[in-house]
Design a protein around this ligand. Structure first.
Ligand SMILES: Nc1ncnc2c1ncn2[C@@H]1O[C@H](COP(=O)(O)OP(=O)(O)O)[C@@H](O)[C@H]1O
Ligand SMILES: [Mg+2]
Length: 319
């Protein structure tokens, strides 16, 4: 649905996107992740033709964006909705009118607008707020209005630029649930830009990690988080503090074994002592991941590793 090949984008003489390659499938929730300044928003904006590019190709619905005429671009943008961190609502207009704006622009008739806006209010759970003004709404409600407006023209793709970054954790959760519902029930492909790992973990199917305009990691959420490589670890800021004596082993439990008693069984079978340095279990979209660091005596290393290899648990010696 979205195909980006060897994309290069400059602002003046600054190369901002350096040879980006990615492809997003219909029906996916895809995340562009990275720290501030990485180029996420710029990349997102090339997808709906809001940013030009100097080299490479950006194809959406099979069409090269650069080659579209103005009128083609206008029709094309109709199929892509967008939401932002600060909602971008019109403060002088009611919720109903905010949502109706794109429909009025495209000159739909009155009866259609009324029924469409009411349907959208229901989808986002704001049936009782049609006549309220943005200033009377909470942040989460404002984002719901923005989402309804983005869906007004029945887009095939929804672009979200840090849509939950201004919201508290619980509101973030409810907005992410809404995005998942929209993806599932309306079949809309969603591309989210975020610097928040929790967002990626809870909704995305796949992601790319951007750093300085370069894709430094990519893949399914399971792949990215199960055994984070150096780039992911750097982004996550996880610097483990571990004992200096003995051998530290990081263990990663894929969902199939996340709840197994691998470690206690190992202790019993091998009759070895070890320390649990730290551990956590977390939810990842619809599955769970476990992560544990243990410390063992140097002389036990070989037999412990031999045991672990048989269990299906992924491991890594921490240097
Ligand atoms: N309109 C612009 N003109 C010049 N430089 C820009 C413009 N927009 C963004 N940049 C620069 O491009 C880089 C990437 O910005 P951006 O895509 O907004 O990153 P992110 O969304 O990941 O925080 C930054 O260094 C930023 O300063
Ligand atoms: Mg940004």
């Amino acid at each position: 649905m979205i195909q980006i090949c060897n994309l290069k984008k400059y602002f003046g003489s600054n190369l901002i996107l350096k040879d980006i390659n990615l492809s997003i499938k219909k029906g996916e929730i895809f995340a562009l992740v990275g720290h501030s300044g990485a180029g996420k928003s710029t990349l997102l904006r090339t997808i709906n033709g809001l940013e030009n590019y100097q080299d490479g190709s950006v194809k959406v619905f099979g069409k090269e964006i650069k080659s579209m005429q103005k009128s083609q671009l206008r029709d094309f943008r109709k199929k892509i909705g967008m939401i932002f961190q600060h909602f971008a609502l019109m403060s002088r207009k009611t919720v109903f009118e905010n949502i109706a704006t794109p429909l009025r622009f495209w000159k739909y008739d009155k009866a259609y607008i009324t029924s469409k806006v009411n349907e959208l209010l229901q989808i986002v759970g704001l049936e009782d707020k049609a006549n309220s003004y943005p200033s009377e709404l909470s942040g989460g409600q404002k984002q719901r209005v923005a989402i309804a407006r983005a869906l007004a023209l029945e887009p095939e793709i929804l672009l979200s630029d840090e849509a939950t970054s201004a919201l508290d954790p619980n509101t973030t959760k409810s907005i992410l649930e809404l995005l998942k519902k929209i993806n599932r029930e309306l079949g809309i492909t969603i591309v989210i830009v975020t610097h928040e790992m929790e967002v990626v973990k809870s909704v995305a199917d796949r992601a790319v990690l951007l750093d300085g305009g370069v894709i430094v990691n990519e893949g399914s959420i399971q792949k990215l988080f199960l055994k984070p490589d150096k780039n992911m670890q750097k982004f996550l800021g996880e610097e483990a503090i571990v004992p200096e004596n003995g051998v530290n082993i990081a263990l990663y439990f894929p969902k199939e074994v996340a709840f197994d008693c691998v470690i206690t069984n190992m202790a019993r079978k091998l009759d070895k002592d070890f320390n649990i340095v730290w551990g956590k279990i977390e939810k990842l979209n619809d599955s769970v991941l476990g992560h544990l660091v243990i410390n063992i005596k140097s002389e036990d290393k070989d037999c412990v590793l031999e045991y672990i290899k048989k269990t299906g648990v992924l491991w890594e010696i921490m240097e």
